[in-house]
Design a protein around this ligand. Structure first.
Ligand SMILES: [Zn+2]
Length: 443
């Protein structure tokens, strides 16, 4: 029998859709066998997982890593440390950095920084603009990010034409287009009208300015274009009933549409706005309780394919400006898995479903090679969790540079305690202990 570098033993592992008592043999960073202890190959070492549940490494497909001119908010070191601490083994990074990633060259440079600093595996999206269609065919990206209608002054038809050509290009390039779907024109009009009045509005105004209809219209347009071009689209951060109805219908029609929901749209609502602080300003905004329950309903029915953080850190100093200046975005890398595990403990959904949402489906949607499952031949990316550990969420204990969390003080059950990437332990007992991130490969 082949010899393993080490065997993971004593835990319950998530294998082929269920939790079983078994061990995992690892050699050269790959899983070579999953079996009962007696059937594992001999190994030089044993990783003891007694009392723990082992999930496939968690994959977060929506992360704003920042770095470059925004290092004060976050960089590849702190973002990847936060990911590892949150049980996340792979992150897909967004291109709306400063400077933005809209050329193959900028993409390569950004990945060079990632290669040096990241302790978790990674991919990077290229951002679509009105003029960079040719750059989008690069094989260097993990996908194309499209912020719908983010430019102003153009006629709707013109913009739609641009979007169509971007989607057509994505088909040629074999890439999924991640769509931020909010109708910018609608939003801009309301924003300017409000600003004219000159008063400082309350934080909850954000949910009025970027209302559910602005999201629904944009999702509907994206789906129409996907149907016309046969492009594979992934709707980022769905948050409303209206969007979900559009998505259900698209899926029924057999279109190539997938979608994600963020933890803040599942676990926070408009009711959480603080009367004085813009801390919870995020795009799309927090929604009504009715939209939150629609998101949960769609999640449970399998309409939502994955949960992703949309981790978008800003330091509190930036957030605590007035409404007009406060930047949108919330940190989330260290709270996504704990909140999902807590929901399992509260019997809101099954652990198998969580594994689908944060491990298996993300890998499937973005065609990540050898990721998303505990299976022979796959990377030994493992997220060890103490499913019953009760703890209090505290932003000042987090690795993200922004140092705060919208879930401050929440008591949850379930904690990632050890993170392994390609056979190397990266996070253990509260500390990042090593790790060298590598770019993901595609199937
Ligand atoms: Zn985002």
């Amino acid at each position: 029998m082949a010899k393993a570098d080490f065997n993971v033993q004593g835990g319950r592992i998530f294998y082929k859709g269920e939790l079983i008592e078994a061990g995992i043999a690892v050699q050269d960073g790959k899983i070579i066998k999953v079996a009962k202890s007696a059937s594992l190959p001999t190994a030089g070492e044993t990783v003891n997982a007694k009392g723990l549940v082992i999930l496939p490494g968690v994959i977060d497909v929506h992360v704003h890593v920042r770095d470059m001119s925004q290092k004060t908010k976050e960089d590849w070191t702190t973002a990847s440390h936060a990911a590892a601490a949150g049980g996340i083994t792979t992150i897909l990074a967004m291109p709306n950095t400063s400077p933005p990633i809209t050329t193959a060259r900028a993409l390569k440079q950004y990945k060079t920084i990632a290669r040096k600093k990241s302790v978790v595996d990674y991919g990077v999206f290229i951002g679509a603009t009105e003029t960079n269609t040719r750059e989008l065919t690069t094989s260097e990206s993990c996908g194309i990010k499209l912020a719908m209608g983010s430019t102003t002054g153009n006629l709707l038809v013109e913009k739609t034409e641009k979007m169509r050509s971007i989607l057509e290009t994505s088909v040629k390039a074999g890439k999924t287009v991640v769509v931020h779907a909010e109708d910018e024109e609608m939003i801009k009009k309301r924003f300017l009208a409000l600003k004219k009045r000159g008063r400082e509005p309350p934080p909850k105004i954000h949910s009025v300015i970027r209302d559910p209809e602005a999201a629904r219209i944009a999702v509907s347009r994206a789906i129409r274009l996907s149907k016309q071009t046969n492009a594979k689209i992934h709707i980022a951060h769905v948050s409303t009933r209206g969007e979900l109805i559009e998505i259900v219908n698209a899926k029924k029609d057999g279109l190539l549409v997938s979608c994600e929901v963020t933890p803040h749209h599942l676990f926070l609502s408009e009711k959480d706005y603080d009367a004085k602080s813009h801390k919870l300003k995020v795009n799309p905004p927090l929604r009504s309780r009715s939209d939150v329950s629609a998101a949960w309903g769609a999640l449970l029915e399998g309409i939502i394919d994955c949960v992703a953080t949309d981790h978008a850190p800003h330091v509190l100093e930036d957030k605590e400006q007035d409404y007009w200046s406060s930047p949108s975005g919330l940190p989330g890398l260290e709270t996504m898995l704990p909140l999902m595990l807590d929901s399992v403990n509260k019997s809101m959904l099954s652990l198998a479903h969580v594994a689908d949402l944060v491990c298996t489906n993300p890998a499937k949607i973005f065609r990540l090679k050898n990721k998303g499952k505990i299976m022979e031949g796959f990377d030994a990316d493992l997220t060890f969790v103490d499913l019953k550990r009760e703890w209090k969420i505290r932003g000042d204990e987090f690795k993200t540079r922004c140092g705060w969390t919208p879930f401050e003080g929440r008591i949850v059950s379930g904690k990632p305690v050890k993170t392994m990437i390609r056979g190397a332990i990266v996070f253990e007992d509260g500390d990042v202990v090593g790790g060298r991130g590598r770019e993901v490969q595609f199937k």
